[in-house]
Write a protein that binds this ligand. Structure first.
Ligand code: HEC
Length: 150
C-alpha cells in the first residue's frame, strides 16, 4: 500500500514536470527542424546549380514555408540559455528575445522570400529559380547574422 502511494506520488510529480515546458526538448526540436531546412536547401542547390527543372521543388518549399510561419513560436521565453552546440544547448543569441520584433520580421521575410522561390519553381523557370534560390540563402543568412551565435 505504502509503495503504491509512493508510486502514485512520483507519477503525479512527473506529470507536473511534464506539463512545464521542457526547454531542452524545445531547443532540440527547433534545431532538428532547422537541420531539415538545411537539407532542403542542399537538395534545391543541386537543382539551381544544374539549372534543372525546378517544378519538383515546390513541395519542399511549401514544407519550409509552413515551418517558418510558426518559427517564432519555437523560441519561448527561457529557451535561450545555455549557449552552445551540444544537444539541448542553443545557438540562439539573446537578441532573439531582446529584439523580438526584429526576429519576427526576419522570420516573416523568410516566408515572403519562400513565396517568391515557389513562384519561380512552379513557373518552371530554371534561371529565375537560381536567382530566387540565391536570395533565399541570403535571407537565411540575414537572420543568422543578427540572431544566431557564430
Ligand atoms: C528568423 C531567423 C532565422 C531564419 C530566417 C533562419 N534561421 Fe537558421 N537559425 C536561427 C537561429 C536563432 C538558430 C539557432 C537555433 C538554436 O540553436 O536554438 C539557427 C540555426 C540553424 C541551423 C543549425 C541547427 C543546429 O543543429 O544547431 C541550421 C542548419 C539553420 N539554422 C539553417 C537555416 C536555413 C537553411 C535557413 C533558411 C532556409 C534558416 N536557417 C533561416 C534563425 C534563423
Amino acid at each position: 500500500m505504502r509503495a503504491l502511494l509512493i508510486a502514485g506520488g512520483l507519477l503525479a510529480m512527473f506529470s507536473a514536470v511534464g506539463a512545464a515546458i521542457a526547454q531542452p526538448d524545445v531547443i532540440n526540436a527547433r534545431r532538428e527542424g532547422l537541420r531539415g531546412m538545411g537539407r532542403e536547401m542542399e537538395a534545391m542547390k543541386a537543382i539551381a546549380d544544374s539549372r534543372g527543372d525546378p517544378r519538383p521543388a515546390a513541395a519542399r518549399i511549401e514544407q519550409m514555408t509552413a515551418f517558418f510561419q510558426t518559427f517564432p513560436t519555437r523560441f519561448p521565453e527561457g529557451s535561450g540559455t545555455p549557449t552552445g552546440r551540444e544537444p539541448g544547448q542553443t545557438g540562439a543569441l539573446p537578441a532573439v528575445w531582446s529584439d523580438n520584433g526584429g526576429f519576427q520580421r526576419a522570420a516573416a521575410n523568410m516566408v515572403t522570400q519562400l513565396g517568391a522561390l515557389r513562384v519561380a519553381a512552379t513557373a518552371g523557370d530554371p534561371a529565375g529559380f537560381a536567382t530566387a534560390f540565391q536570395q533565399t540563402g541570403a535571407t537565411c543568412g540575414a537572420c543568422h547574422r543578427a540572431y544566431r551565435a557564430r
